[in-house]
Write a protein that binds this ligand. Structure first.
Ligand code: TYD
Length: 207
């Protein structure tokens, strides 16, 4: 049986994760791999309910409550969808994982990043992806993309630029700390150049 692979995509809002996830899925399917595409928050039925709270609740959510909601979504997602898919030998392509919590709830909301990471590791019984792609883009460029898309902003997207600067710095620090797991890609490059860099890393892990 082929062994499974778990790939997560990380980056600020407007960094192009969804486009790259779709291209990677298509390429993997052409290689004959079975792919499960999923995301956090909201990869399961329970997760969809949690996603609605964390992204669309009108009014404040206490930072620790927000962190727990993302961790709860993650616990259910990993246990019921991600682990079974990897065990079957599928490739999981996942939009956001625990690094998003460390960046957004840790650096963004100014909670202790190590505690946030430990919370997610507890929630998932220490599950870490094989490959994490960080699509790095400066928040001003990302904001222009989001404005051009002309969709209403969710609670996190609506945060001010200093918040998004902290999130970006935190992602880069996480990547520095775990170079084996992370691939950092300059997300201002053309879509096809980024896709090729991701394919190269994934191909290396599959061989
Ligand atoms: P995302 O699905 O990337 O948004 P969109 O559907 O608009 O592309 O992510 C939703 C938001 O949730 C994003 O602003 C980042 C935030 N988030 C956290 O703050 N913590 C987390 O742990 C995760 C997974 C996401």
């Amino acid at each position: 049986m082929t062994s499974g692979l778990w790939i997560t995509l990380e980056g600020g809002d407007g960094s192009g994760k969804t486009t790259q996830a779709a291209l990677l899925e298509q390429w993997l399917q052409e290689q004959g791999r079975r792919v499960v595409r999923t995301r956090e928050p909201g990869g399961t039925e329970v997760g969809v309910l949690i996603r609605d709270i964390v992204l669309h609740h009108r009014g404040d959510i206490a930072p620790r409550a927000e962190a727990l909601l993302y961790a709860a979504d993650r616990a259910h997602h990993v246990a019921t969808l991600v682990r079974p898919a990897i065990a079957r030998g599928d490739v999981v392509i996942q939009d956001r994982y625990l690094d998003s919590s460390v960046a957004y709830q840790g650096a963004g909301r100014v909670l202790d990043g190590d505690q946030i990471r430990d919370l997610s590791l507890w929630a998932t019984e220490d599950a870490l992806p094989d490959v994490t792609v960080l699509l790095d883009v400066d928040p001003a460029t990302a904001r222009e993309r989001l404005d051009a898309a002309d969709k209403p902003f969710d609670r996190l997207e609506a945060e001010k630029s200093a918040f998004h600067e902290r999130v970006r710095t935190a992602f880069l620090m996480l990547a520095d700390a775990e170079p084996q797991r992370f691939l950092v890609v300059d997300a201002t490059q053309p879509v096809e150049v980024i896709a090729e860099a991701i394919r190269a890393r994934v191909a290396q892990r599959l061989s």
